[in-house]
Design a binder for this molecule. Structure first.
Ligand SMILES: Cc1cc2nc3c(=O)[nH]c(=O)nc-3n(C[C@H](O)[C@H](O)[C@H](O)COP(=O)(O)OP(=O)(O)OC[C@H]3O[C@@H](n4cnc5c(N)ncnc54)[C@H](O)[C@@H]3O)c2cc1C
Length: 376
């Protein structure tokens, strides 16, 4: 956000609670972020994409969705171009930090925890945990789906706890992934395999979604015991498996702010919309928000606090995100319901989509942000 504002000639100060060394060299956190074409293009415009080394970019050429042990599947591919790309989250954090280093209009202040906020017609004032006060014409909050600033600004949010958690790990496999993502909705758990072709044709990230009590149980297992379980439930789709990195764990909670702006205040990133990862949109939505808010503010450089650009951002960002937010939650509901009618319904949905090219093209467009008709 700060880099995009700087490119539009707007100066900002970034207040970040983490220390500078954690931003400069972020630890691997297991997340492989699927980027849409629109997301990649925003990173390119910011000059951030160009900072990624080749091994950090894994092409996503096809995707296949399975329901339970049924052998038929919904298949997405486009012979003319990739569906998107996967980039490790720690690399996205690193290039964001690098971007700030070369922009003199940005001041980065680390180990600064925002504790209080006051918004009035004259300015926005932040109080840091050490008591220091800072004022600015506009505050933009990007402090996670559990945003403290959102609450301090009096903006509520729909919070949805799915009662599920994901376990993630990199896994080497005997058969090549062919740059294909697999999404397998089994009874009681979901297994997604994300191909890491930037590193190896036989390395994927496994994203295992489980009811939280089972995830907690599995976290207590040894690596060998866990790998055995994964091997047994993988239906040999990738052959023999070997663990290739540490396991990571995330509870699944979605958040959707009731509005994205107030007087002298705006929300971006997960603070605005925190998604369930199954449709891989959270980070992309963050980028769309950055692009839209910057465009609105750049046209009103002399009055950053004006209500009109903030309201236009709020409305536009809702239009970009609300249908996919609702659609994602509906997919999660349908594909985690273990009752027989739901199982039959999802099999029907997958078959219908597979055999109805226009429907498939609409889904592909939503997931990849490519023009309609390209990715079915
Ligand atoms: C398992 C998993 C898989 C995912 N896969 C995808 C995917 O494939 N595609 C996709 O698009 N998205 C994906 N996402 C979502 C994506 O990771 C998030 O949308 C994105 O990381 C959110 O970034 P953010 O900067 O808004 O928030 P965060 O990354 O949460 O960053 C918030 C920052 O604010 C700082 N902070 C917090 N509170 C304060 C405070 N009071 N004062 C100062 N600083 C503060 C924190 O230190 C942190 O640096 C996935 C998420 C998960 C969990």
């Amino acid at each position: 956000m700060a880099s995009a504002l700087a490119d539009a000639g707007i100066a900002s100060t970034v207040l970040e609670s983490a220390p500078d060394r954690e931003l400069a060299d972020p630890a691997e956190d297991g997340r492989e972020i699927a980027l849409t074409h629109r997301g990649m293009s925003i990173l390119q415009q910011l000059g951030a994409w160009q900072d990624l080394p080749p091994q950090a970019i894994s092409p996503l050429r096809q995707a296949r969705v399975f329901n339970g042990s049924a052998s038929d599947s919904l298949h997405f591919a486009d012979p003319r171009s990739d569906l998107g790309a996967l980039v490790p989250n720690h690399w996205l954090r690193r290039i964001a930090w690098l971007g700030l280093q070369r922009r003199p209009l940005v001041t980065l202040r680390c180990e600064a925890r925002v504790a209080a906020l006051s918004l009035d017609s004259g300015s926005a004032t932040l109080t840091l945990a050490d008591g220091e006060r800072l004022s600015a014409p506009l505050v933009i909050a990007a402090d996670s789906r559990f945003s403290t600033l959102r609450r301090l600004a009096g903006i509520g949010a729909e919070m949805r706890d799915f009662g599920r958690s994901v376990l993630l790990a990199r896994i080497e496999h005997e058969l090549p992934h062919q740059d294909q993502a697999l999404e397998c909705f089994h009874h009681g758990h979901t297994m997604a395999w994300l191909p890491l072709g930037g590193i190896s044709p036989k390395l994927s990230s496994l994203v295992l979604t489980l009811p939280t009590d089972q995830a907690e149980l599995q976290r207590g297992w040894s690596e060998a015991q866990w790998l055995d379980w994964v091997q047994q439930h993988s239906q040999q789709r990738l052959g023999r498996l070997t663990l290739a990195g540490p396991r990571h764990h995330y509870p699944l909670v979605a958040a959707y702010a009731h509005r994205f702006a107030a007087r002298r205040f705006a929300l971006v990133g997960d603070a605005a919309v925190g998604m369930h990862p199954v449709t891989a949109h959270g980070y992309n939505f963050g980028l769309y928000g950055v692009q839209r808010l910057t465009a609105e503010l750049a046209g009103n450089r002399d009055k950053l606090d004006a209500d009109v650009p903030l309201q236009r951002y709020s409305t536009g960002h809702r239009r970009d995100t609300w249908p996919i937010y609702q659609g994602t939650n509906a997919v999660v509901k349908l594909f985690t319901d273990e009752r027989r009618p739901a199982r039959l319904l999802r099999q029907g949905v997958l078959r219908l989509a597979e055999h109805l090219p226009p429907l498939k093209a609409v889904i592909a467009h939503q997931l990849t942000s490519k023009p309609r008709g390209l990715a079915a």
